[in-house]
Design a protein around this ligand. Structure first.
Ligand SMILES: Cc1ncc(COP(=O)(O)O)c(C=O)c1O
Length: 445
């Protein structure tokens, strides 16, 4: 149980005249027959207690959640419980532990489906976003949807996890790869996107949120155009899930993927969503145990989807941890997390802008998941990250697996600070002080 849940239960007990029903961070209060809601701010101090790494003496000010998020206690506990009390393989054994493992694993599929507005049989567990992307591109290759000369469209802000498998797929199938470019304020150029997607386009692959700029893209708008010309829409939601509400139907995504570790879940587990009608057209490219109906000496018949896409023993503990991560985020409320990240990002950008020579490469806070990438005229991003690191401020410097984007911005690297549900104003102040210190050190050099 999280600290937040404990506090609500304690409030209920101490106040029997009121009936508290927790719905994210809104208390629904019933007095006599009237029902109304009071919205309270997220209590970051309480939330931070769920992250033991933040309680550790001398732990860094963590501003690197875009690389990987921290893991709350309930997630650690759920995985620990699996290993300690019912460790067994899934979908095989007929004993108690194996049945419990299978039930928990399949329950995650329902929880994830519900979280992103999908059906359970549209959810495939993978090793992460990169695993999902590669698996999908190979599966595309085995279909006859794509022929030489067809076009695939992506954006200049994609992560290597999309870009590399897509480039390799395009090369192998002799497809033309086209790019949606940047607009003026670190968002996509939607007018150019409309023109870029043509009758020849068979696939549009785009990120829901940039892991460098933080920009939340208008995927629905791009998907509308893509579907007008009959193209498939693939969404990389890795930076967005757990940071902003994500609904596959509202986005009108045919495929969408993300990683557990960016949203309070464990590493090495991810999700690939596929619209039922589109999944049915795909041939699984990854074969092995647990996916077949029948095997003879020369051939095999695959079992039902989505299980036919999950060959071999999966990351069972990871999947179980992922379920807890979603439940944890839902208890707090993804909308509340989004608001907190907007507010904290607005403060970060405001304070960074006060430092002479800082250039920000990020969209405005409202259309941003909580990322600010920046440069400081006199300090190389790697030197900046090193000084920040020595001061106990964890950020990332480099191209963040998005080289074409940096080339487009005419910079080799940026320093990136990323915000999540546990980030405080004090964390931001520590960042700002260290950036100023780096500036001072290099002014003397
Ligand atoms: C937007 C985006 N897509 C994909 C990935 C790849 O995720 P993973 O390394 O978990 O496969 C990342 C990771 O940084 C990302 O930020």
């Amino acid at each position: 149980m999280s600290q937040f849940e404990k506090r609500v239960i304690a409030a209920e007990r101490s106040n029997p005249r009121f009936s508290f029903k927790i719905k994210s961070l809104c208390y629904s209060i019933k007095i006599k027959n009237c029902k109304f809601q009071i919205r309270i701010n997220m209590d970051i101090d309480i939330i931070r207690k769920d992250f033991s790494i933040l309680q550790k003496e001398g732990s860094s000010v963590y501003l690197d959640s875009a690389a990987t998020s921290l893991t709350p206690e309930p997630v650690l506990k759920a995985m620990d419980e699996y290993y300690r009390t019912y460790r067994a393989n899934i979908h095989r054994g007929l004993y108690r532990e194996a049945e419990k493992a299978s039930v928990e694993y399949e329950a995650t599929r329902r929880v994830i489906a519900n979280f992103i507005g999908a059906d359970s049989d549209e959810i495939i567990f993978t090793a992460g976003a990169t695993g999902s992307s590669n698996m999908l591109m190979y599966a595309f290759e085995l279909t006859d949807t794509f022929s030489e000369g067809d076009e695939v469209v992506t954006t200049i802000m994609e992560h290597n996890a999309v870009l590399l498998p897509l480039q390799a797929f395009a090369k192998r199938k002799k497809l033309n790869l086209r790019y949606i470019e940047l607009g003026e304020c670190f968002e996509l150029d939607y007018d150019q996107a409309e023109k870029c997607i043509t009758e020849k386009t068979k696939l549009v692959a785009l990120t829901l949120a940039s892991n460098v700029l933080g920009t939340i893209n208008d995927v629905t708008r791009v998907a509308r155009r893509a579907h007008e010309v009959g193209a498939l829409v693939l969404v990389d939601a890795t930076a967005a899930v757990g940071h902003v509400p994500v609904d596959v139907k509202q986005l009108d995504a045919d495929f969408l993927f993300f990683s557990g570790h960016k949203m309070c879940g464990p590493t090495g587990v991810g999700v690939l969503y596929g619209k039922k009608s589109e999944l049915a057209k795909l041939t699984p490219s990854y074969l092995g145990g647990g996916i077949i109906e029948e095997v003879t000496r020369t051939d095999y018949v695959l079992g039902e989807q989505p299980w036919s896409f999950e060959a071999g023993t999966p990351n069972i503990a990871g999947v179980i941890g992922l379920k807890k991560a979603v439940e944890y985020l839902e208890t707090i409320g993804v909308e509340n997390i989004q608001t907190h990240c907007h507010e904290t990002l607005a403060y970060t950008q405001q304070e960074l802008k006060k430092i002479e020579g800082v250039k920000i490469f990020s969209s405005d806070p409202v259309h941003n998941i909580g990322i600010v990438s920046f440069t400081l005229a006199t300090v190389h991003p790697h030197d900046m990250a090193e000084i920040l690191g020595k001061n106990g401020v964890a950020v990332r410097a480099g191209h963040h697996c998005a080289v074409p984007l940096h080339t487009e911005l005419c910079i080799p690297a940026t320093t990136r600070a990323s915000i999540y549900l546990y980030t405080t104003k004090d964390d931001v102040d520590a960042l700002i002080e260290s950036v100023k210190e780096a500036q001072r050190i290099f002014a003397q050099a």
